[in-house]
Write a protein that binds this ligand. Structure first.
Ligand SMILES: [Zn+2]
Ligand SMILES: [Zn+2]
Length: 113
């Protein structure tokens, strides 16, 4: 499977984006990114902490940017930025603004990855 923007968009439309996250291509890329970061959370590391990275986060959400689903980088104002970052559980929650979880407000229905 080649994950073109079109293919990814189709899954989004059908509500089957999990199929992308279960695909061999994504799992391999994810594994690579984690390894390159020695399984350490990139955000924690910046603060001098070492935490185990458990997730690879899309800086540009797949739902908004299906064309970047398999892309390590993206361009922003002519600058190359990282699209895929290794994060620990807590930082990943922060990345998705899910800290409100703890306040037990409405269930979270956004992207879970
Ligand atoms: Zn972290
Ligand atoms: Zn994420």
């Amino acid at each position: 499977m080649v994950w073109t923007a079109n293919e990814v968009q189709k899954l989004i439309d059908k509500g089957e984006l999990y199929k992308f996250y279960k695909s061999k291509e994504w799992l391999e890329l994810r594994e690579k990114i984690l390894k390159e970061n020695h399984n350490e959370c990139e955000w924690c590391k910046r603060q001098g902490k070492i935490s185990r990275a458990e997730q690879v986060h899309h800086v540009q959400y797949v739902k908004k940017h299906p064309e970047l689903a398999m892309s390590r980088n993206y361009q922003y104002k002519g600058e190359k930025k990282k699209n895929l970052i290794a994060l620990c559980h807590d930082c990943h929650d922060k990345a998705h603004n899910r800290m409100r979880y703890k306040k037990q407000r409405k269930p979270v229905t956004e992207e879970r990855w």
